[in-house]
Design a protein around this ligand. Structure first.
Ligand code: TXA
Ligand code: MG
Length: 353
C-alpha cells in the first residue's frame, strides 16, 4: 500500500517528516520532491533497500543511483574528496549539481551498479534535506518516474508512475527547475560534464575553472560504453512519435493545417486556432521552458495525437539541458527540410483539417 501525505515545501511539518524518515530507516521507499525533479529514495547504506528502487522503477541494475546527503560535512562518509574541490563545494551546495568521486566502502555496489565511483549531491529542498536528516542516513534516489519516462515535476506524475510500488509519496508541490541536476565528473582532469542539468556549465566554470563537456552532453549520441551508464538508454520518451523542428517548419506546419498533431513550442511561436499546441513558456525565460518540458511530454501522450513536433533551443545556458532532454525524448528525429516534413506526414498519415 502506498500512502500519500501533503507536506509544506517551505517549512516541512516535523511530525510528518519523522514518519517519512522512519520508513527509510526501516528499509522502505519514499518519493519526495527536490529542487530539480521528484526522486524515489531509500537508505543508501543498505543494498536491499536500494534494490527496491530498481524494482519500483523497472530500472536496469547497471544504471547507478545518485546518493543524496544533507551537508558537505557528511560527504566523507560516502566518498573520497580531493582537498582542492572541498572548499569550493559550499558555493554550489545545497544545489542542483551532482559530482562523481571515488566511492567509500560504506556504499554498497548495488547503489553504484558495481562502479568504484559514486554520484553524490546535497539537494536544495527543505523536504529532501529533512528526509535525509530524519532518516539518519544518505539517501539513494533516482528520478521518481518509471524507467524511460520523463522525470516527474508534478506529484500527479509520481502517483501515475509509482502508486502501489513505493511505501510513501510526499506531495510537496511542483519541483522547481524541472530538469535534473548537472553531473560533473571530478575523476578526470579537467573535470567533465557528463549530463547537463539545472546548474549551467557557464556558472560551473566560474567556480571550478576549466571543465570539459562530454560529447554525449548534447544528447545527440548514445554511449556504447558509457561512463554515465544512464547515457546508454532511451530516456524521457513519450509514446507518441516526437520530432524536433526548426522555427520555419512550425510555420509550414501551420499552413498545412493538420488536425491530428501537437506542436510543442514557446508562447511566442504558439499558433492561434490552427493545430493543437502545448505552450512550453516564454522564449525570454528558458528556465520556464525547462520547468514545463517533462510535464508537456507527458501531456503529449494524454492528447492522443499521431505525432508531436517540438521546437529547438540554443545549446547555451539552461538551453543545453533542455536540448539534451529533447534530443533524447525524440530519439534524435530532426526535421530539417520541407521534403522531410512531407515524408513524415505521409508515413504517419497526418490528415488535413
Ligand atoms: O536532479 C537529479 O539528479 C535527480 C534528483 C532526484 O536528485 N536524480 C536523478 O537521478 O536524476 P537519475 O537516476 O534519474 O539519474 C542519475 C544519473 C544516471 O544517468 C546515472 O547513470 C548517473 O547519474 N550516475 C550515477 N552514478 C554514477 C557514477 N558513479 N558514475 C557516472 N554516472 C553515474
Ligand atoms: Mg532519471
Amino acid at each position: 500500500m502506498t500512502k500519500i501525505i501533503k507536506v509544506n515545501p517551505v517549512k516541512p511539518e516535523k511530525e510528518l517528516m519523522k514518519i517519512a524518515g522512519n520508513i527509510i530507516k526501516k528499509g522502505g521507499t519514499v518519493a519526495f520532491p527536490t529542487e530539480t525533479v521528484y526522486g524515489i529514495g531509500a537508505n543508501a547504506y543498505d543494498a536491499n533497500s536500494a534494490k527496491k528502487i530498481f524494482i519500483a522503477k523497472g530500472r536496469p541494475s547497471d544504471n547507478p543511483l545518485i546518493v543524496h546527503i544533507d551537508s558537505i560535512k557528511n560527504l566523507k562518509n560516502v566518498a573520497y574528496t580531493p582537498k582542492k574541490i572541498m572548499n569550493k563545494l559550499n558555493k554550489v551546495w545545497p544545489g542542483p549539481l551532482t559530482i562523481i568521486l571515488k566511492k567509500k566502502k560504506a556504499i554498497p555496489m548495488e547503489v553504484s551498479a558495481n562502479l568504484e565511483t559514486i554520484a553524490v549531491r546535497v539537494p536544495a529542498h527543505p523536504i529532501a534535506l529533512d528526509l535525509i536528516k530524519y532518516s539518519n542516513c544518505p539517501i539513494a534516489a533516482p528520478s521518481a518516474n518509471s524507467s524511460g519516462k520523463p522525470s516527474p515535476v508534478k506529484v500527479e506524475s509520481v502517483i501515475n508512475d509509482l502508486y502501489g510500488k513505493v511505501d510513501l509519496i510526499i506531495d510537496g508541490g511542483d519541483a522547481f527547475f524541472g530538469v535534473e541536476s548537472t553531473i560533473l565528473n571530478f575523476l578526470t582532469n579537467p573535470p567533465e560534464i557528463l549530463r547537463p542539468g539545472a546548474y549551467t556549465v557557464e556558472d560551473l566554470k566560474k567556480i571550478f575553472g576549466n571543465i570539459s563537456i562530454s560529447e554525449y552532453a548534447k544528447g545527440e549520441k548514445y554511449a556504447e560504453i558509457a561512463i554515465t551508464p544512464g547515457m546508454k538508454y532511451r530516456h524521457y520518451a513519450p509514446n507518441t512519435p516526437l520530432f524536433i523542428v526548426a522555427d520555419y517548419i512550425i510555420k509550414k506546419l501551420k499552413k498545412r493545417k493538420l488536425n491530428n498533431i501537437i506542436i510543442l513550442c514557446t508562447n511566442e511561436n504558439a499558433l492561434n486556432n490552427v493545430n493543437e499546441v502545448i505552450k512550453l513558456g516564454s522564449e525570454k525565460n528558458l528556465y520556464e521552458v525547462a520547468r514545463n518540458l517533462f510535464e508537456s511530454l507527458r501531456e503529449l501522450d494524454y492528447r492522443n495525437a499521431k505525432a508531436g513536433f517540438i521546437q529547438s533551443f540554443p545549446y547555451s545556458g539552461i538551453g543545453l539541458a533542455i536540448m539534451n532532454r529533447i534530443n533524447k525524448a525524440s530519439g534524435m528525429q530532426v526535421i530539417k527540410t520541407e521534403t522531410m516534413l512531407t515524408e513524415i506526414i505521409k508515413k504517419y498519415e497526418l490528415k488535413n483539417v
